[in-house]
Design a protein around this ligand. Structure first.
Ligand SMILES: *Cc1c(COP(=O)(O)O)cnc(C)c1O
Length: 406
């Protein structure tokens, strides 16, 4: 592997990159690697940066980051693909991409309220690897590995293999559970990142799920299009499209993650007929300001990705430095509704601590409400009134007559 020293770079790779431009980060430090290797997802995975030596050779780490590397490794491993590493801000330790993937000493602090399983998934798991929280759908965790690790990962207890959590999904048992539970009409495959499984394994799994008659919908949650867009090959898309209706949720947090490579990956998925949604996590100094969030959401629409959720960051241990406030989240939501395309406006949710599921939180638009009227405001703050429909004002439905029985 040819690595270029960061000190010898003549130009920062992100120069001239505005938030609404789609650019390629290029090969950066790996400019001597062949295009064939660079564009090969296996090469990208084999050359991931996973330790302090590799990263400090390319990036001048702050003492907080260096200590983070040394002390947080038993909780969540570090891994960054070369492609994504070229988006990391070399000269800005507070950079929005850098804060997502480079560990910091703050990760070793456990703040009040913080938990290792903040959404109480393990308590709703009838089979290892399966979470059944809602009446009609289940979450199926098929792997504990990702292409790169997000420092605020809500499943850091089980992903990356760094902690002593014993993750062994029982796929056959999970399939049997779904087969026996006729109320399960929607299966969300997640992990870890399911798109790290081979095409053959995915084909097998999706085929098995498709063979269950009451499973109407299969969904995949993946950050591969952001961390490793090279994985979205035509062959993978051909495999996925055999199993429609299949939906996919990606996880993008900042407009600079939306590169030409990611855009092309999303287009290949969309062209395979897969509707794409996006889930963002509200992160302090990453995307918790209206301008950054709006640029991200609008950029997603240009890639045919529909923003689905903004999550309030879960209370995962060691995430206090990355969590933003709910009032900031509400302020951002208010800056979106009415001010930009409705399709760009996701639902802001808090996944209830301890396990109550996702709960929507929204700015208040209803100013007053009684039996006779609703008074509400619009995005500009103008106030309007709508009459409440009174029972005696509504057209009376025909009285049902008793059915004559013979
Ligand atoms: C998020 C989640 C789902 C899917 O929820 P939707 O709101 O339908 O996207 C299902 N199960 C679990 C356990 C989840 O956390």
């Amino acid at each position: 592997m040819q690595l270029e020293e960061s000190s010898s770079r003549d130009e920062p790779p992100l120069a001239g990159l505005s938030s609404k431009q789609f650019i390629s980060p290029g090969k950066g430090h790996w400019r001597d690697v062949s295009d064939a290797d660079w564009n090969d997802h296996r090469w990208q995975l084999q050359h991931r940066l996973t330790n302090l030596n590799q990263i400090s050779a390319l990036l001048r780490l702050t003492p907080e980051e260096e200590a983070g590397f040394k002390l947080s490794g038993h909780k969540l491993a570090t891994a960054i693909t070369p492609y994504f590493f070229n988006l990391v801000e070399a000269d800005d330790p507070g950079g929005p991409i850098r804060r997502q993937v480079i560990p910091r000493i703050e990760e070793t602090h456990t703040a009040r309220w913080e938990m290792t399983d903040p959404c109480g998934e393990d308590n709703h798991s009838p089979v290892p690897g399966l979470v059944h929280r809602y009446p009609d759908r289940v979450l199926l965790l098929v792997t504990d590995r990702c292409a790169a690790y997000c420092r605020y990962c809500t499943r850091s207890r089980l992903v990356s293999g760094a902690s002593d959590y014993d993750f062994h999904p029982k796929i056959e048992q999970a399939l049997a559970y779904i087969r026996e539970h006729h109320e399960v009409r929607d299966v969300l495959i997640s992990g870890g990142d399911p798109l790290l499984l081979s095409d053959e394994k995915l084909d097998w799994l999706l085929g098995r799920l498709r063979n269950i008659r009451h499973v109407e919908l299969v969904r995949i949650g993946s950050r591969i299009p952001i961390f490793l867009p090279q994985r979205i090959t035509p062959e993978l898309c051909a495999t996925l499209r055999k199993h429609h209706p299949l939906w996919l949720s990606i996880h993008t947090n900042h407009p600079r993650e939306c590169t030409l490579e990611m855009k092309a990956a999303c287009e290949r998925l969309s062209d395979a007929g897969i509707p794409l949604g996006n889930q963002s996590v509200l992160l302090r100094d990453v995307n918790d300001d209206p301008a950054t969030m709006k640029a991200l959401l609008q950029k997603l629409l240009m890639m045919r990705v529909r923003p689905y959720y903004i999550y309030q960051c879960d209370l995962i241990t060691g995430s206090a430095h990355l969590r933003s406030s709910v009032s900031r989240g509400l302020e951002i939501m208010e800056s979106l509704r009415g001010h930009t395309t409705g399709y760009a406006v996701p639902q802001y949710v808090i996944d209830a601590p301890g396990g109550g599921g996702k709960v929507p939180v929204s700015p208040e638009y209803v100013v007053y409400r009684d039996e006779e009227r609703v008074i509400f405001r619009n995005y500009e703050g103008k106030v309007f009134e709508y009459p409440e429909t009174l029972p005696d004002a509504a057209p009376q439905p025909a009285k049902p007559r008793p059915i004559e029985t013979a």
